[in-house]
Structure formats: structure tokens, C-alpha cells
Design a protein around this ligand. Structure first.
Ligand code: 5GP
Ligand code: ZN
Length: 111
């Protein structure tokens, strides 16, 4: 876990542009944004990916899902937004701490 980039962002050992945090989640700007708005939402618990989830995380996952539209709205994305979760190396996951990409704005790339 100590080698995890996003855990280091949670502890403050690596700086990030933090948009929101509470006891369960942290939301910060992606360092290499693919759209006008590109945020990453992570759980503060180190969970590697979707494949590591089980029912003990039901409340946390529901909490994250419900927070997304609220964050999007705060970012001015009242017209809509895109969420992406890359899972595993063959799914394009590069950082193995579960994260949800939240993208939006005029320069939203095609899917
Ligand atoms: P993945 O490909 O794992 O779904 O996405 C990882 C994301 O993390 C990428 O979009 C990448 O730009 C972002 N990222 C990688 N390193 C850092 C970092 O040190 N700080 C921030 N803010 N984002 C990062
Ligand atoms: Zn981690």
C-alpha cells in the first residue's frame, strides 16, 4: 500500500489539486486532463480495482455513485458528464487504486 501513488495523495506525501474530501473519499484533478473538467474520485481505503470489491463495500460504492452528480454540478456540468472506471491492465488501468474518472465540458473527447 505504501507504494500506491493515490494513497500517497491521500496522506499528502504527493501533492494534488484537491476538489473535495471527507472521511470516505478524495476527489482531485487529473494531472493529465482529457477534458475541460477531469476529476478522479478515489476511496480513502486502498482498494485495487473493481475486481477487489465485495458486498462489504456496498455502502461506500453507493456513497461514491451518489456523490458524482453532486460534484459534476459543482463543476458546472449541469448538461451532463462522463464517468469511466478502467479495470486491470487490459482495461487500461494504470494506477491500481480504484478510481472513477469524472469528465465533462466542451472538449469532451469521443468515446
Ligand atoms: P487509469 O488509467 O489508471 O484509469 O487512470 C490513472 C489516471 O491518473 C490518469 O488519467 C493519469 O493522468 C492520472 N495520474 C497519474 N499520476 C497522477 C498524479 O501524480 N497526480 C494526479 N493528479 N493524477 C495522476
Ligand atoms: Zn492506494
Amino acid at each position: 500500500m505504501s507504494d500506491c501513488l493515490f494513497c500517497k495523495i491521500i496522506t499528502g506525501d504527493i501533492p494534488a489539486d484537491i476538489v473535495y474530501q471527507d472521511d470516505k473519499i478524495l476527489v482531485f484533478k487529473d494531472i493529465n486532463p482529457k477534458a475541460d473538467v477531469h476529476l478522479l474520485m478515489i476511496p480513502k481505503a486502498h482498494i485495487k480495482s473493481l475486481t477487489e470489491l465485495n458486498t462489504s463495500y456496498n455502502d461506500l460504492i453507493a456513497y461514491m455513485m451518489l456523490k458524482l452528480p453532486e460534484l459534476a454540478n459543482d463543476q458546472g456540468l449541469s448538461g451532463g458528464f462522463r464517468t469511466i472506471i478502467n479495470t486491470g491492465s487490459e482495461g487500461g488501468q494504470e494506477v491500481f487504486h480504484l478510481h472513477i474518472h469524472l469528465l465533462g465540458g466542451k472538449n469532451l473527447p469521443g468515446f
